[in-house]
Design a binder for this molecule. Structure first.
Ligand code: SAH
Ligand code: SF4
Ligand code: F3S
Length: 463
C-alpha cells in the first residue's frame, strides 16, 4: 500500500502516546509508519510536536480516566503557544460517549479514530494542518459502526494488509495474528471496541515473522485477544497449533511467545505442539478471572474451575518447567464471600508465578455493568488487596526456588545496577539482571541466579 507523500515547506513533527495493551503498542508502530510515509518526522515530546496522537484503552474506567487527564495536561502544556493537531485514537474512540465528551469538553481534540481506521490518520491530520478541516465536522470521526448495527460485513473493521510500520528497536517484535474478539465475556468492552474476530491468513503471518527475523528480531510475540481461537473464523482447518508448529521452523527465531490465551480454547493438541517445539517459550498466561464456577458462568467464560485445573495439570505434566501467570477480577457483580474464597483457594493451589489482579470496573454496554448486584467499592478493594498480598508471597517463594539454578536469558538491554549491568528475560518470562564481563544485549546467555525478589532475579553469566 503506498501512502501519499506530502512535502511540507516546514518540517512537520508527530508524537504518539500509547495506553493499554500490546495491541495498541503494535498499532502505534503502524500510526508512526503511516505518518512518516506521509512526510512527518518524530518529535522529541508533546511540548513541540505539530501532531499528537493519543492511542487509548477502554478496558477499565481507570484507563479512560488516565487518557482524559493526560489530554488536559497536554493542552495546558501547549497553552499560549501554537496548538498541535490532536488525535484521540484506539479503543476509547469506539465508545459513543467519547465523541460526545470530546465535543463538549475537549475542543482541542481534532479527530477521533477507531482501531480499524488508523490508516486514515495522515489524511485527517493533513486536512487540519492545511486549515480545510476547520469548518468541517469537529471532531472528525472515523470509527466503525456499533457492533449491534454492524451486520454481517466485518471488513470495515480491519486494517488493510501491508501498512508501513516504524519498529521499536530491539530484539523483540509483535505480530498480529487476529483482530477483534467474539467471546463477549460479560464484563468486557473489548468485543465492542475491537469488533468481531478476524484471523489473518497464515501465509501473511508467516512471511511477516520471517521478515522480522531476517531484520534481526529474535523474539516474536503473536498477538490476539484469544490466540487459541486463531483460524476458527477462516476455514477452520488450520489452527493455532499448526501456526505455532510452522513458525517454530523459521531459522534464527529464538523465542516465540503469544498473547492472550483463553483457557476454554487451549486444547491438549496446542500444549503438545508447544512441548514439541524449539522456540515456543514455556510460559503460559492463562487468565482465570475467577475460581468460582457460579461466577465463571456469569462471566460467560465457558470453562469451570475443574476444566481450568485439568488444563494446568496437563501443562505441568508435559512441560514441568513451565511458568504460569494469570488475570483475576475481584468484585464481579454478585461475587459472594464464598465465591471469592474459591478464587483464593485456586490461587493457593495452582501457585501462579504471577498474577494481574483487577477490581471489577463496570463498562457501559456490557451485561455485567447492568447487574443489580454490584459489590461496594470498599469490599472490592479489600478483596483485591487480599489477592495482591497472597500472590506476591507466592511469587516471591517461586522465584526463591530458582536460587543457585542456571537459567537461559536473552539479554535485551543495559541496566543501571553496577554489579548487574545487563537486563533480559528467561524463557519463562522472568526479568533477570545479569553481571557479565563480555556479554551484550542480543546475546543468549546462561545466568546462575544469586539473588531473587518478587519482580526480579539477579545473577552472573556462566559459560
Ligand atoms: N483477551 C484477554 C484479555 C483482555 S483484557 C483475555 O481474554 O484474557 C485484560 C484483562 O483485563 C482481562 O483478562 C481481565 O482480567 C481484565 N478486565 C477486562 N475487563 C475488565 C473489567 N470490566 N473490569 C476489570 N477488569 C477487566
Ligand atoms: Fe474480553 Fe473475554 Fe474477549 Fe478477552 S476473551 S477480550 S476478556 S471478551
Ligand atoms: Fe485496552 Fe483496547 Fe487493549 S481496550 S486492553 S487497548 S484491546
Amino acid at each position: 500500500m503506498t501512502a501519499k507523500v506530502v512535502q511540507y515547506t516546514l518540517e512537520r513533527t508527530y508524537y504518539i502516546e500509547t495506553f493499554g495493551c500490546q495491541m495498541n503498542e503494535r498499532d502505534s508502530e503502524t500510526i508512526a509508519g503511516l505518518l512518516e510515509d506521509y512526510g512527518f518526522s518524530r518529535a522529541e515530546g508533546v511540548e513541540t510536536a505539530d501532531v499528537i496522537v493519543v492511542n487509548t484503552c477502554a478496558v477499565r474506567q481507570s484507563a479512560e480516566n488516565k487518557v482524559w487527564s493526560r489530554l488536559g495536561k497536554i493542552a495546558s502544556l501547549r497553552k499560549g503557544g501554537k496548538y498541535p493537531v490532536m488525535v484521540l485514537a484506539g479503543c476509547m474512540a469506539q465508545l459513543p460517549q467519547t465523541v460526545k465528551r470530546v465535543k463538549s469538553r475537549f475542543p482541542y481534540v481534532h479527530a477521533v479514530v477507531g482501531p480499524g481506521h488508523i490508516h486514515r490518520i495522515p489524511e485527517l491530520v493533513h486536512s487540519f494542518l492545511e486549515g480545510q478541516g476547520k469548518a468541517a465536522e469537529h471532531p472528525a470521526v472515523a470509527v466503525s459502526p456499533q457492533r449491534t448495527e454492524m451486520g454481517k460485513d466485518k471488513s470495515a473493521q480491519i486494517l488493510p494488509e501491508g501498512l508501513p510500520r516504524v519498529k521499536v528497536p530491539g530484539l523483540s517484535a509483535f505480530v498480529n495474528i487476529m483482530f477483534g474478539c467474539d467471546n463477549f465475556c460479560s464484563y468486557c468492552i473489548v468485543p465492542f471496541v475491537r469488533g468481531p474476530q478476524i484471523s489473518r491468513e497464515p501465509g501473511a503471518v508467516k512471511s511477516e515473522v520471517a521478515d522480522l527475523v531476517r531484520d534481526g528480531y529474535r523474539e516474536i510475540t503473536l498477538l490476539g485477544q484469544n490466540v487459541n481461537a486463531y483460524g476458527l473464523d477462516l476455514d477452520g482447518e488450520y489452527g493455532f497449533a499448526d501456526l505455532l508448529s510452522e513458525l517454530d521452523r523459521i531459522p534464527g527465531l529464538l523465542r516465540l511467545r503469544y498473547f492472550t490465551s483463553h483457557p476454554r480454547d487451549f486444547t491438549k493438541e496446542m500444549v503438545d505442539a508447544i512441548a514439541r517445539s524449539r522456540a515456543v517459550c514455556e510460559h503460559f498466561h492463562l487468565p482465570l478471572q475467577s475460581g468460582s464456577n457460579r461466577i465463571l458462568k456469569a462471566m460467560n467464560r465457558g470453562y469451570t474451575r475443574e476444566d481450568y485445573l485439568a488444563l494446568v495439570d496437563y501443562i505441568r505434566e508435559k512441560l514441568p518447567g513451565a511458568s504460569l501467570t494469570t488475570d483475576i477480577i475481584a468484585g464481579f457483580p454478585g461475587e459472594s464471600g464464598e465465591d471469592f474464597q474459591d478464587t483464593v483457594d485456586i490461587v493457593k493451589s495452582v501457585e501462579f508465578d504471577g498474577a494481574f489482579t483487577f477490581i471489577f470496573s463496570p463498562r457501559k454496554g456490557t451485561s455485567a455493568a447492568r447487574s443489580k448486584d454490584q459489590i461496594p467499592p470498599a469490599e472490592k478493594s479489600e478483596r483485591l488487596q487480599r489477592l495482591v498480598e497472597l500472590q506476591s508471597n507466592i511469587t516471591r517463594e517461586k522465584n526463591r526456588e530458582l536460587l543457585g539454578r542456571v537459567v537461559e536469558v536473552l539479554l535485551e538491554d543495559h541496566a543501571e545496577d553496577p554489579k548487574y549491568t545487563l537486563k533480559g528475560r528467561t524463557r519463562t518470562n522472568k526479568v533477570v539482571f545479569a553481571g557479565a564481563k563480555d556479554a551484550a544485549p542480543g546475546d543468549m546467555v546462561n545466568v546462575k541466579i544469586q539473588e531473587t525478589g518478587t519482580w526480579y532475579l539477579k545473577g552472573q553469566v556462566v559459560m
